[in-house]
Design a protein around this ligand. Sequence first.
Ligand code: GRF
Length: 215
Amino acid sequence: MAKLAVLISGRGSNLQSLIDAAADPDFPAEIALVVSNRPKAQGLARAAKAGIKQSVIDHKDFETREDFDAALSEALRMAEVDFVCLAGFMRILTPQFVNDWRGRLLNIHPSLLPAFRGLHVHERMIDAGVKIAGCSVHFVSSEPDAGPIVGQAALTVQPGETAETLAERILELEHKLYPACVRLIVENKARLSGGVVVYDRSVASSGAVLNPPEN
Ligand code: GRF
């Protein structure tokens, strides 16, 4: 059974989706540790409710990013985690940290990468008039939101869609995508190869998303 750490800064709804997935005895990973850089993150209550060990490592207690990341790495090593899932973790990680955890560090982002990296993604997508939106799980590399893509989920943008409704609808997809991608990685059905992620033949594809739809 693989051991995961989930790193959060806030609401923790993606953490919840991983907690729920891991409750299934068939899921190949358990959450060994939840780390928050914010003492008041809502997600900490979710970890407590699920009886998962948690640690608050407040970035304000550290003078440098390097010191913060060293404390983080130490906590992860102590918990003997195999994979680290960023889930709304709002800190840029140092190249050293990213390097140490390369191939074992995942993030979820609410756009179809490589489009719309960074912040305020939903507003930017509405302003750009995109017709298909979605979310991506990717390996973390030193450039934010730019590492190899593990999986994506898409939806069609509806008439009258706002940044808020879009965020809500994408979040629902995120909650399905993250556990599915963690499963693929842990079961070694998706692997890094030549800078991208390749799937096993056993991983089925479920077809196309069209907007406007075919009439
Ligand atoms: C999600 O939209 C995720 O894609 C992004 O930050 C948000 C975190 O939400 N990286 P939550 O804390 O998991 O509810």
